[in-house]
Every structure is written in structure tokens, then in C-alpha cells.
Design a protein around this ligand. Structure first.
Ligand SMILES: *[C@@H]1O[C@H](CO)[C@@H](O)[C@H](O)[C@H]1NC(C)=O
Ligand SMILES: *[C@@H]1O[C@H](CO)[C@@H](O)[C@H](O)[C@H]1NC(C)=O
Ligand SMILES: *[C@@H]1O[C@H](CO)[C@@H](O)[C@H](O)[C@H]1NC(C)=O
Ligand SMILES: *[C@@H]1O[C@H](CO)[C@@H](O)[C@H](O)[C@H]1NC(C)=O
Ligand SMILES: *[C@@H]1O[C@H](CO)[C@@H](O)[C@H](O)[C@H]1NC(C)=O
Length: 381
């Protein structure tokens, strides 16, 4: 790195550094949705159209800027809505709601109370449409009711219960299946076992549940990401766990209490995030590449032969950044948002199911913005 100029140092000090966080999710027909990629939102259609074709631009008014850290997106399957947490770095408490049928956005006001909206892991319970989040040692919930758009009444995070987990469990790895929240990588729990919270009984199951890998082996006790496979009807019964080293794709079945180990994603990226449909697991890596693993519930031999494939329909319209630093500038009058992605930017550390990407964005407002871009590039080049 060249010596930064005085001007660039000055501008870096006054600029606010945030991380750009796109996310992937689905609508209830399992069209693949990618939000905040190259500053826009995309619908790649259903799975047969991912390998070719072109994603449709669904960028609409009222969307969050997807400039937050740890932005996460959740499909409310019964309501054909996607809920976005931390979609706006300046408004971390809000839930942004994408009504997939109406292709419209709204912003739900949320009262956080003692909930730390900047540091948590969460799942959206399938049957009740309630978020459960572990934050600062407590389990909180937020009832989304049947919302496909925000209503004028604020909703509140409620502190449900102190968790029984050690205070060192600061980056929870949470997964949902069969209305049970699974906590992986809990300190003191043997590798291959999960601790469980039973949603309908508000109950932390005292004993850990082992999920042995078929044919031998153990899910490693490590950080990683999760995604629950939906069902055509009813609640999820399986979830994927991708350890942060990307060495395998574990699929945990909570009916049989067993695990299958399949090939890991081609891109090993601790900061990648994941979403699952009924028949696919999708990876969004920190450079903005979207890949998928076709998945057939109950067919181990087909899944064993399956390979990770690029979602070309998204790459065609929102190409990932190259390995060297690159920048793009978006924004409206009075505000310039410079996004520097790729190898040149710092990456966030792998964090539970908290989703984050490694793209560095620097936001500046007003007349200094253009000068700021020059200053930032001076540091990066
Ligand atoms: C697109 O991909 C699908 C599945 O891979 C294939 O069946 C179809 O023929 C392809 N269409 C075109 C136009 O290439
Ligand atoms: C993000 O939040 C800030 C603070 O509430 C708000 O002023 C701004 O309009 C929001 N941005 C978008 C694009 O919604
Ligand atoms: C992102 O999530 C991680 C892990 O939960 C947390 O340590 C970090 O503080 C979060 N950062 C922000 C800015 O929300
Ligand atoms: C807003 O939505 C919440 C959650 O579904 C619900 O409890 C509340 O009654 C709604 N308020 C109004 C005014 O519709
Ligand atoms: C699987 O684990 C759950 C949770 O511990 C338990 O309730 C259930 O009885 C187990 N099922 C089987 C088939 O072992």
C-alpha cells in the first residue's frame, strides 16, 4: 500500500465506514431473490432458470439500502413476504418487509427494549411467524403476526428467557427445524450434538441432541452458517450447516436425528451466507457470487453426486467483483456511496447465522463525497 496522503487520511477519519450486505432469499413459489447486489434487487426465477437466463430487476421504492452489517433476510412462507433485519445501517431496529406478491416494500417500526439490534442471531419460526433471537445471553422474540406490509403500530422485541448457555457463546449458530431451534457450537457441548429450544413449549431442552453423520464422522464443533430446507407443506425438517472452512455441507434431519455429509461449496468463504428452498441450497459469497447446490430430500445418492453450480442468471446482470479491489458509486443527490469490494477490503469474521459480506463500503454525504472517493482510492491503490 502506498503512503496515504494527508487528504485521504483526513477523509477516512470523517467518513463513516460500513459494510455492504446483500442477502439471498426466496418467495413462496421459490423464485430466488437476491437483494442489494450491485445496488439492486433481483428475481432469478425458479431453479430451472438459474443456470441460464437473466434475473429480473425488482428494485423498488422503499427498499432498505442493504448497507448494514450482518443483514439477514427471512422468507415468511405462509405470507409470501421477506423480512429484512439490519437492512439499513442507520436504522438497525427496523424490519423491512418485502411483499413478494405486490413487489413492494414497507418499513415496520420496532421497539427494541433491551434487545441489541446490532448483535444477535435469529431464526423466523415457520408456523408462528415469530422471530427468535439470541442476543447477549437472552432469548428474545418478535411477533410478525401475518404481516406482508408494515402497520402503523410498532412491534416489540420481548425478552423471553435467559439462555442456559455460557456467556462465552457470543456468536450463536442457530438453525430451525420442526419448530425447534438448534444451537450449534455451544461451548461444552460435544462435537456433533446440538442444544435445543422447543418453541411451542418455551423450553430449553436440558440434554443435548446428537446428530451422528451417516457412515461415521461428526459435525465439527465450529462456527458456520445454516439454512433450513422448506417443505412443500408444513414445517422444515432438515437444515444445512456449512462450517466456516466450507469443508462439507452437512444436512441434519431432525426426524431421524442423523446427518448426511455432502460436498462443501466450491467457494470456501467464512463470510458467505446461505438460503434454502425445498430443492436447493444457495450460497452468496462475500464477492457477490451466487452458487447453488441442487438438493433432493430423502435421496442420498442423488445428493452425493450433486455439484455446486453458478446461478448464471444473477451473474449475467450483477457480476461479482473481481479478486482485486474495485469500486462502484451509487446514490442519490447529496449522498455518494462508494462501494469497494473484493480482496482490497476487510472482511467481517464469520458470525453465526448473522449474515455479512466482506465488501467494504464508505459512505459520505455532501460536497466532500467526490473528494472522498479520490482519497479512498488513494489508500486502496
Ligand atoms: C437452461 O437450463 C436448463 C436447465 O439447465 C435447460 O433445460 C434449458 O434447456 C436451458 N435453456 C437454454 C435456452 O439454454
Ligand atoms: C435509513 O435510515 C435512516 C434513519 O432512519 C433514514 O433517514 C433513511 O431514509 C433510511 N434509508 C432508506 C433508504 O430507507
Ligand atoms: C455482527 O455480528 C457479530 C456476531 O454476532 C457481532 O459480533 C458484531 O458486533 C455485529 N456487528 C454489527 C455492526 O452489528
Ligand atoms: C400490527 O401488527 C401486529 C403484529 O401482527 C399486530 O399485533 C397489531 O395488532 C397490528 N396493529 C395494527 C394497528 O394493525
Ligand atoms: C430426535 O431428537 C428429538 C429431540 O431431542 C427427540 O425428541 C426425538 O425423540 C428424537 N427422535 C428419534 C427418532 O430419535
Amino acid at each position: 500500500m502506498r503512503l496515504p496522503t494527508f487528504v485521504s487520511l483526513f477523509l477516512l477519519v470523517i467518513s463513516q465506514t460500513v459494510l455492504s450486505s446483500p442477502c439471498v432469499s426466496f418467495d413462496s413459489s421459490f423464485n430466488l431473490l437476491a437483494f442489494g447486489l450491485d445496488g439492486k434487487d433481483w428475481n432469478a426465477g425458479t431453479q430451472e432458470s438459474w443456470a441460464n437466463g437473466t434475473a429480473a430487476d425488482i428494485t423498488a421504492n422503499g427498499r432498505p439500502p442493504f448497507d448494514g452489517v450482518n443483514t439477514t433476510c427471512y422468507l415468511a412462507q405462509f405470507f409470501n413476504a421477506v423480512y429484512v433485519l439490519n437492512g439499513n445501517s442507520s436504522d438497525s431496529s427496523a424490519v423491512h418487509i418485502y411483499d413478494a406478491a405486490g413487489k413492494s416494500w414497507s418499513r415496520q417500526s420496532v421497539i427494541t427494549g433491551s434487545f441489541d439490534a446490532t448483535n444477535f442471531a435469529a431464526i423466523l419460526d415457520h408456523d408462528t411467524n415469530v422471530f427468535y433471537a439470541l442476543s447477549q445471553g437472552s432469548l428474545f422474540y418478535l411477533n410478525m403476526g401475518s404481516m406482508t406490509s408494515a402497520n402503523s403500530t410498532a412491534i416489540s422485541w420481548i425478552d423471553a428467557d435467559k439462555s442456559p448457555y455460557p456467556s462465552s457463546y457470543t456468536s450463536p449458530v442457530m438453525a430451525l427445524a420442526q419448530n425447534h431451534i438448534h444451537f450449534l457450537d455451544v461451548p461444552g457441548v460435544p462435537a456433533g450434538s446440538a442444544d435445543i429450544f422447543v418453541i411451542h413449549y418455551n423450553y430449553f431442552q436440558p440434554a443435548s441432541q446428537p446428530y451422528p453423520v451417516a457412515g461415521g464422522g461428526t459435525i465439527p464443533a465450529t462456527q458456520g452458517k445454516t439454512a433450513s430446507f422448506f417443505q412443500a407443506e408444513g414445517v422444515q425438517q432438515e437444515f444445512a450447516f456449512i462450517p466456516e472452512d466450507g469443508s462439507a455441507t452437512y444436512v441434519i434431519n431432525v426426524e431421524t436425528n442423523t446427518t448426511e455429509a455432502y460436498t462443501g461449496p466450491s467457494t470456501k468463504d467464512a463470510a458467505a451466507t446461505y438460503a434454502a428452498s425445498i430443492t436447493a441450497l444457495v450460497q452468496l459469497d462475500s464477492k457477490g457470487n451466487v452458487m447453488f447446490f441442487p438438493y433432493t430430500e430423502g435421496d442420498v445418492s442423488v445428493n452425493t453426486a450433486a455439484t455446486w453450480t453458478k446461478v448464471a442468471a444473477i451473474a449475467a446482470v450483477a457480476p461479482a467483483t473481481s479478486s482485486s479491489a474495485s469500486s462502484s458509486t451509487t446514490g442519490t443527490a447529496g449522498e455518494t456511496q462508494t462501494i469497494i469490494s473484493g480482496g482490497g477490503g476487510p472482511t467481517t469474521t464469520g458470525s453465526a447465522s448473522g449474515h455479512s459480506s466482506g465488501s467494504l463500503a464508505v459512505r459520505m454525504s455532501g460536497p466532500l463525497a467526490a473528494a472522498g472517493l479520490v482519497g479512498v482510492l488513494a489508500c486502496v491503490l
